[in-house]
Design a protein. Structure first.
Length: 440
């Protein structure tokens, strides 16, 4: 369907092969040599000489005219797409948009590339950005149809991320020297207090999809997230997996899943968990998407069975493309935890805000998250009932100007604080990450 969309945009001109990429700066006086080279590359491609066509277009990437360079990038991206080299195609299209945000043909092609790579959320976001920039009515209708039909075409896939992570508080521990109890204050040992360290953050996910019919797909996912430090007693590992159907409905997309989790800290198993989740997504207009999630989980803690708990949660989010180069999302949620010991039972509410902005070849992003939680009762050893206020703020940037193939360096900086009347839960933390991410 997106091929028809591209043709619709190309049909708005008289000569598609000679047209500069729509939305790019039209060169007022394109040199004859550059024009001839574009024709030569087209002729070579018509003869089936893809290597010669590619070499000619690569040479045009050094042309002083922005319109010529981006036209060459676009044609190279189409060559890469035709051979299934989605990473190279996506990188070239992203480079066009970095220099010319109004290049709508490139943005729509990028959405197709992302869908082919299994990045469905990224593809929908790219389409919303295209619609925020304005499209001809016929093309806009085709985009609506493609967006509604967008689904992952790959039967399986995987992703991996890696970063070095200096951390001021690897164990999320207090700086307090004492712990207040009903029988007096106790001195905290050094190993129970805040410790800093430099670690490695590793995460990955793999998925497999089985299409049952046009509207139903069974999706299986498995993932791991690890923070590894020189002192093994602070290593944190989380293993997750899920399976369930996805339904493409006229009113949106419904995703149901059954999942399991297992977490280790310092080499010791912390808990096993099982969960059920229902997530519904729906576009509102051409620039906005809403999502609602209901979940149930059971946590089995290995060290203290009194913490074993049933959790029920609900969240809602609103995401909007503000322009071709910026967007934001807002999330609201609540959780009810019912534990064996009422002192571990709690209710919590949260709100989150995320924003992003493309500046030339750099993407800036920021996030703010707040949560308040109240425990049902006081633990008998402590003088007060637990009532926490958690705040986390983060900023980051992806530097596509320093990209290698489809990968680019990424930097993140975050600060978090948990204020609690119980000293061992009261802490602050700074964390930075230096890693890599996809450049598009």
């Amino acid at each position: 369907m997106l091929i028809a969309l591209i043709f619709a945009m190309q049909a708005m001109t008289d000569d598609r092969s000679q047209e500069p990429l729509e939305g790019t700066a039209a060169a007022p006086s394109v040199s004859v040599s550059a024009d001839d080279m574009l024709r030569l590359s087209q002729a070579a491609l018509a003869r089936g000489d893809r290597l010669l066509a590619s070499r000619i277009l690569e040479a045009l990437l050094e042309d002083p005219q922005l319109g010529i360079r981006n036209e060459a990038r676009f044609r190279l991206a189409m060559l890469a797409s035709s051979t299934g080299d989605w990473g190279r195609a996506g990188g070239l299209l992203r480079r066009i948009l970095d220099e010319e945000p109004g290049a709508q043909r490139a943005r729509l092609e990028l959405a197709r590339v992302q869908s082919e790579m299994g990045q469905l959320d990224a593809a929908r976001k790219t389409l919303r950005e295209a619609q925020a920039g304005g499209l001809p009515p016929d093309v806009a209708r085709l985009v609506d149809r493609f967006s509604a039909a967008l689904r992952d075409r790959r039967p399986y896939g995987a992703s991996l991320n890696f970063a070095f992570a200096p951390d001021s508080n690897v164990n999320r521990a207090t700086r307090s020297d004492t712990l207040a109890t009903v029988i007096g204050d106790f001195d905290l040992a050094k190993e129970d207090k805040q410790r800093s360290g430099i670690g490695v953050s590793i995460g990955g996910e793999a998925f497999a999809r089985l299409r049952l019919d046009e509207a139903t797909t069974i999706v299986t996912r498995a993932g791991i997230a690890s923070n590894i430090y020189r002192r093994g007693r602070f290593n944190d590992h989380l293993l997750v997996g899920s399976i369930g159907p996805e339904f493409d409905l006229s009113s949106g997309r419904l995703l149901l899943s059954f999942g399991a989790q297992r977490r280790w800290f310092g080499g010791e198993q912390v808990y096993n968990a099982w969960d059920l989740q229902a997530r519904w997504q729906r576009p509102i207009g051409r620039r906005t998407q809403v999502q609602a999630t209901l979940g149930y989980a059971y946590y089995d803690y290995r060290a203290n069975e009194l913490q074993d708990a049933h959790l029920v949660s609900a969240t809602g989010s609103w995401e909007r493309a503000l322009s071709r180069r910026s967007g934001m999302s807002v999330t609201l949620g609540g959780t009810r935890q019912i534990a064996r010991d009422p002192a571990y039972s709690s209710v919590s509410g949260q709100v989150g805000l995320v924003g992003w902005l493309d500046l030339s070849r750099t993407t800036l992003f920021g996030a703010l998250h707040y949560q308040h939680s109240e425990n049902d009762r006081r633990l008998s050893i402590y003088p007060k009932r637990r009532s926490d206020d958690y705040l986390k703020a983060g900023i980051g940037a992806t530097f596509r100007g320093l990209s290698w193939h489809e990968w680019a360096p990424q930097f993140k900086l975050s600060w978090e604080s948990n204020r609690s009347p119980i000293e061992i839960y009261d802490y602050q933390r700074w964390r930075s990450e230096f890693g890599i991410a996809r450049a598009f």
